[in-house]
Write a protein that binds this ligand. Structure first.
Ligand code: CA
Length: 698
């Protein structure tokens, strides 16, 4: 091992690799680690990062302390890979037996040597081929993969769950998890547990969606069970008793609107209690007056639902937002922590959903233990501990007029991972502080209906100048026992990435401004900052091989948030190289700086005379076809897609039709829209030109 350490120090990875093949002591030559529930649950394994949240506890905490508050200032780039094909990178890599696996744009999986970054295999599920014309729903990014007994599991944008041989990178089986004609999509990581793999989907806002999760046999890909999150039409009969019970909490003809509840993130398995927990989504549509006109809690929207892992049978639920009406889903981390509360050992769930409250829930029974706001919550004053229900503020359901609501539909906390450090006893939340006005004035509540791939909210939201804080985001260290903030760091930008915490008393977080920071986990003091040169949306991981601790991070601005202030930093579409960067205390890699920030300059075309009426029609067409998901609200791109104001294509009808109608850019993720009419294309051109001309006015 000493010889190896010396070689590691001189950092000639090729030499190390060849030595690895010779030395029996090298970790890569040792017996392969069997990744099963026992190993995934083992908090003491620090050489690997075996699951999305590291272990079944989903804490994103590693006890490894080699990198710590006193030496983190020496952290340097150890190795990196350029990823020129990629756009949005939001995923958590896995490390198993010296191999680092990660998912990139368009669900392409790579396996690389975790010490050198050398490519071992690349798996391309050819998403573009499968998604056909149905790409108007969804994103090019994905949050992660799962590993179990020699297989890597990935779930694709178009709805396939694929098992890949971890050694060779070849497909073992594929399961189609939903009808590709439906406006559903997957951005989440599958969850492997107890010989099964679980996956849900997104699409609540894209049509009459009825959420469900499905578990498959990890060996064969055969469907094991399926759990619907909301009830269907009672006339068709209920799938199980839970659906019959849930139907009593709905009114009207909710099934025509789908109901929603899609589970697109947050699946946790507790092997000790043998319970599976899923976090469920908001209503489809958001406005309860439409989907359940006479009220009701609308189970199992916005809830943690506990299921039998073998059968998918309902065990219990805790609902964070009865009768949800603001896009406050509960798809955020479900962390398992054992807390001492008033002298009693509690097996708890820690959960900080969009609605701004931090929940501590007994994970054996589903009983609420405590809940306090970690951000401003204008929709509810508090959570009543006797009933477990929020006490809503009158008017919050926009029942009379416009309602000023914080948190916004982006939530006080979104999918960016929260971590929990059992040594400090603190949870680290990437928090958002934002308010919006909600109103359904002018919406025909009785006749509203959702169209597949167009969808809608059933309520309008507007930006407001009066924001809850004078900064849009913060990193909050939260004490779940005392239910209060221990420390927080205000942040100048919205949409910062998920957190990692370690036994070195550290918290790591990447920000949208391109800085990766390490904080003292106890005090919040900044102890290290590194500029990666591009907005960060993915959470870091850590692992330790041959005595060296690594911190690894995907760098590639992304996620379901385009436009707004995102383009202030100049993370223009494909302007900066995407990367996987791995740090260590002994890193010697010479990593070239990325291209400087770029703000695309809107083309001022004085010969193009904008017809205001056509432009206004174009704005409606733009919104209806979900163009903003990639090209940004009001055509202000946040880097997920090209800035259309700066593109010459919308200036020429033939070129524009080739891309929008005929799919000339489908390989890059731009869906063809074969049904779009000439008139609609022209109106879109006028709308784009209007925004370009407005932007080029002094
Ligand atoms: Ca939603």
């Amino acid at each position: 091992m000493d010889t190896l350490s010396v070689y590691t120090k001189i950092h000639n990875h090729l030499v190390i690799l060849s030595i690895c093949t010779l030395l029996i002591s090298c970790s890569q030559s040792q017996e392969a680690l069997i990744v099963d529930d026992k190993t995934i649950a083992d908090e003491s394994i620090t050489s690997d990062w075996l699951a999305y949240g590291r272990t079944h506890n989903e804490r994103r905490f590693s006890p490894v302390e080699d990198i710590n508050v006193s030496n983190v200032a020496d952290l340097k780039v150890d190795w990196f890979i350029d990823l020129p094909e990629d756009v949005g990178l939001v995923s958590t890599p896995l490390v198993v037996d010296g191999v680092l696996y990660f998912t990139g744009t368009m669900n392409i999986i790579r396996a690389v040597n975790a010490v050198t970054g050398e490519l071992i295999w690349r798996f391309d599920p050819e998403v573009v081929k499968y998604i056909g014309n149905k790409k108007q729903a969804g994103f090019v990014h994905n949050r992660g993969i799962s590993f179990y007994k020699g297989k890597v599991f990935t779930a694709t944008w178009d709805g396939r769950l694929i098992a890949i041989d971890a050694k060779t990178g070849t497909e073992i089986w594929t399961a189609v998890t939903f009808d590709p004609e439906r406006a559903l999509f997957i951005t989440g990581a599958p969850k492997a547990f107890k010989g099964k793999v679980l996956i849900g989907n997104g699409g609540t806002e894209h049509g009459p969606s009825r959420g469900f999760v499905t578990a498959y046999d990890a060996e064969t890909g055969e469907e094991a069970w399926k759990f619907y999150i909301v009830p269907g039409n009672p006339a068709d009969g209920f799938e199980n008793d839970a659906m019959e019970m849930a139907a009593k909490t709905w009114t009207g003809e909710w099934w025509k609107h789908g109901g929603g509840g899609n589970a697109w993130n947050a699946f946790t398995y507790d092997p000790d209690l043998d319970i599976l927990y899923i976090g469920t989504g908001n209503g489809s549509p958001w406005n309860r007056k439409i989907r359940s006109p006479d009220g009701g809690d609308n189970l199992f929207l916005c809830a943690i639902v506990a299921l039998d892992p073998d059968t998918g049978e309902y065990l219990w639920h805790y609902q964070t937002n009865p009768g949800e009406s603001w896009d406050y889903n509960s798809n955020m981390d479900i962390i398992l922590a054992d807390l001492n509360i008033n002298g009693e050992e509690i097996k708890a769930i820690l959960h900080a959903p969009k609605n701004g409250f931090f929940y501590v829930i007994n994970r054996e029974t589903g009983k609420l233990i405590s809940a306090e706001p970690f951000a401003e919550t204008s929709w509810a004053s508090h959570i009543d501990l006797a009933t477990g229900r929020p006490v809503e503020i009158e008017g919050a359901r926009y029942e009379n007029d416009t309602a000023y609501i914080t948190p916004s539909n982006y939530g006080a906390h979104s999918w960016h991972a929260m971590s929990y450090n059992p040594q400090t006893g603190l949870a680290y939340i990437p928090a958002l502080h934002r308010a919006l006005n909600y109103t359904d004035e002018g919406i025909d509540i009785e006749n509203w209906h959702s169209v597949e791939f167009q969808g809608g909210f059933g309520v309008k939201v507007f930006d407001v100048t009066n924001q809850p804080r004078d900064y849009p985001a913060s990193l909050i260290a939260w004490d779940p026992v005392k239910q209060r903030e221990a420390w927080s760091v205000p942040q100048d930008d919205f949409w910062n990435a998920g957190t990692l915490t370690t036994g070195g008393n550290l918290v790591f977080q990447g920000r949208s401004d391109g800085k990766l920071l390490a904080y003292n986990a106890s005090t919040g003091d900044t102890v290290w900052t590194f500029d990666v040169g591009l907005g960060i949306s993915a959470p870091p991981i850590t692992y330790k091989i041959d005595g060296r601790q690594y911190i690894s991070l995907l760098v590639g601005w992304g996620g379901a948030y385009s436009g707004l202030s995102a383009n202030d930093h100049g993370w223009a579409y494909k302007a900066q190289m995407r990367r996987l960067i791995t740090f260590s205390l002994d890193g010697l890699a010479d990593m070239p700086k990325l291209s400087p920030p770029i703000n695309p300059v809107p083309i001022n075309a004085p010969d193009f005379v904008v017809d205001q009426e056509l432009a206004s029609t174009g704005a409606i067409i733009y919104d209806k076809n979900n163009c903003s998901w990639c090209h940004g609200q009001n055509v202000l791109s946040g880097g997920m897609g090209p800035d259309l104001r700066a593109s010459p294509i919308p200036l020429e009808k033939i070129a524009f039709a080739a891309v929008v109608r005929d799919g000339a850019k489908s390989e890059q993720g731009m869906p063809p829209m074969p049904d779009i009419t000439d008139e609609e294309l022209v109106s879109l051109m006028h709308y784009i030109r209007r925004t370009a001309h407005e932007a080029s006015q002094p």
